[in-house]
Design a protein around this ligand. Structure first.
Ligand code: GH3
Ligand code: MG
Ligand code: MG
Ligand code: MG
Length: 322
């Protein structure tokens, strides 16, 4: 059953598109101090790929920072140090994954071994056999495209896993993961951490009086107003229903209270528009809570916010309680 579900999920991936991506022409950069050899490689690779060549490693590095799928590097170059160049590529986050196809002299084994050790992806002896060059280039580009695909897929999956689909805010899973990290750092450094718990007032009436779709519209507009009135470091999350949390790193209680008040006003000051043109007034009750150092727990942190919201509801709603 698990395998069934997994293959159904894989069905969401366009396998044909992936195949096209992997076999499409690549951007190949040649770095070689020997112009005649480089020109010969250019002509051969240019039949199947977009090709450029450089004799200067600085110029090559600039290009490699862009959209290059493969670097063909002459490991026997004398005008610059090719091994140092490989080491440099591998030490920088931006070029660490760039495939490098190294051309080596068969009688210079130490260079070959050192190159492989430093992270050359594949090698080819000089003088270069063009058929083998094309085959190895194709293989490296295919691997690189697949790695790009996996990285993008992971990124998109993570994004989906922590995003609330209705509002686009972070979801509860994000909040839980983030809270654990905030707590760990707080216990180490004693930095101030606060959160707002927001519960829309009488939201049932919105659904009952205007319909569930209108309710969803209100939730989306509410999420927009919250997002627009918190700071860049704040992390707005939707817990579910009409309950939201804003996580506030590096924020003491009084600063959190000020922002809570700003959000409350932004919700209350202008009516919400519904798709059918009607408008309605919305208000929110907000509880503020802050971490209290050693001995405090995440459960207690949330509970204090919860109790503050309860107090806000009890004392008339549309207010912030610390
Ligand atoms: P209070 O001021 O005490 O918070 O009143 P309330 O009506 O907001 O409180 P309650 O928590 O009892 O009701 C929440 C309502 O939110 C219940 C349900 O109709 C509605 N709701 C929960 N999730 C969703 C959703 O995803 N979409 C919509 N449209 N409504 C939702
Ligand atoms: Mg509620
Ligand atoms: Mg309620
Ligand atoms: Mg409510």
């Amino acid at each position: 059953r698990q395998r069934e579900q997994s293959s159904r999920r894989m069905g969401l991936i366009d396998a044909n598109q992936l195949h096209r991506q992997m076999t499409a022409p690549g951007n190949v950069l040649i770095l070689d101090d020997q112009v005649r050899q480089a020109e010969r490689l250019m002509v051969a690779l240019g039949e199947q790929h977009r090709c450029a060549y450089e004799t200067d490693p600085k110029a090559a590095l600039k290009i490699a920072l862009g959209r290059v799928d493969l670097l063909v590097l002459n490991l026997a170059a004398r005008d610059f140090d090719p091994l140092r160049f490989v080491a440099h590529l591998r030490s920088s986050e931006l070029t660490r994954q760039l495939p490098v196809l190294g051309l080596f002299n068969p009688d210079e084994r130490p260079t070959l071994l050192k190159g492989l050790e430093l992270g050359v992806s594949d090698v080819l002896p000089r003088p270069v056999d063009i058929q083998e060059l094309l085959a190895r280039a194709r293989g490296q580009i295919r691997r690189k495209r697949y790695a790009d695909f996996l990285r993008a897929s992971l990124d998109r999956s993570l994004e989906l896993a922590v995003t609330d689909p209705l509002t686009g805010l972070n979801n509860r899973r994000f909040m839980d993961l983030q809270l654990t990290q905030l707590m760990r750092r707080h216990l180490k450094t004693d930095d101030p951490v606060s959160l707002l718990l927001l519960d829309i007032d009488h939201f049932k009436r919105v659904n009952d009086g205007f319909g569930h779709d209108a309710g969803d519209e209100v939730l989306k507009e509410f999420a927009r107003r919250v997002s627009q009135n918190v700071r860049a470091i704040d992390m707005p999350c939707r817990l579910g229903g009409e309950e939201f949390v804003v996580l506030m790193p590096d924020t003491p209680a009084d600063a959190a209270q000020t922002i809570a008040e700003r959000v409350r006003q932004a919700v209350a000051e202008a009516p919400f528009s519904l798709p059918d043109g009607r408008t309605l007034d919305v208000t929110v009750s907000v509880g503020v809570s802050s971490l209290l150092g050693l001995g405090d727990t995440l459960e207690a942190f949330i509970k204090r916010a919860d109790e503050a919201v309860y107090e806000a509801k009890q004392s008339g709603r549309n207010r912030v309680i610390l």
